[in-house]
Design a protein around this ligand. Structure first.
Ligand code: SAH
Length: 212
């Protein structure tokens, strides 16, 4: 279903400047309409963020494509995602052949993602916890992607990134963030690139925003 819509979306992302063919192919495969509430399905292939309940959103496809291109996961890479939400970004990473570990703090969204991954036979490890502390058991990760806006880069996530790995995270205030792309050069050295501007829901946790 929605095959033509998916092709049109990928064409639009190409026009908007997404060049990574592997990422474009992955977006052509993953059925975004299965990751949004049923009433939203007709809008699933518009290049916009959509509500998924509990004040959270599935990111805009352009943002998913941009972040995935920046992360550039290779088949077999171990990747940690913080903020599972709908599970769409995790499914895109899985489609690219990564070993995906994803953390969601909201119990309802966690349960929904767990069920969906099972139904779609996506072998993705999901955990319900505060992702700002990472997932020590499976560290180090070749890539870490945070899909909620953070006041700063969590120290634990920097530690759990392998040397040579990439961390992609929106950092800023609660309304606007820049996308930070950190490459770990050595145990305590990072090269950082920034792309303005994005609007993510807040990352809430020990090394994120405090819960009200
Ligand atoms: N990647 C998601 C986008 C989700 S929106 C997708 O593809 O749909 C951001 C998500 O981060 C929300 O579901 C929110 O509940 C979650 N979140 C916020 N703070 C978190 C934290 N500290 N740890 C884990 N998840 C968190």
């Amino acid at each position: 279903m929605y095959e033509q819509e998916r092709q049109d979306l990928v064409e639009k992302l190409r026009q908007k400047g997404i060049r990574d063919e592997r990422v474009l192919q992955a977006l052509l495969k993953v059925e975004r309409h299965l990751f949004v509430p049923e009433v939203m399905r007709p809008n699933a292939y518009n290049d916009v963020a959509l509500p998924i309940g509990y004040n959270q959103t599935i990111s805009q496809p352009y943002t998913v494509a941009l972040m995935t291109s920046a992360l550039n996961p290779k088949p077999g890479d171990k990747v940690l995602e913080v903020g599972t939400g709908s599970g769409y970004q995790a499914a895109v990473l899985f489609q690219l052949g990564a070993k995906v570990y994803t953390i969601e703090r909201n119990t309802k969204l966690y349960n929904r993602a767990l069920k969906l991954f099972d139904e779609l036979q996506l072998r993705i490890a999901v955990r319900c916890a505060d992702g700002t502390i990472g997932w020590e058991e499976f560290a180090p990760f070749n890539g870490i992607i945070v899909t909620a806006g953070s006041p700063e880069v969590p120290v634990r996530l920097k530690k759990q990134l392998a040397v040579g790995g990439t961390l992609v995270i929106p950092v800023g205030d609660k309304k606007t963030q820049v996308m930070k792309i950190l490459k770990k050069i050595s145990e305590d050295e990072f090269e950082t690139e920034e792309i303005p501007y994005f609007a993510f829901v807040p990352l809430i946790g020990l090394e994120g925003w405090k819960e009200k």
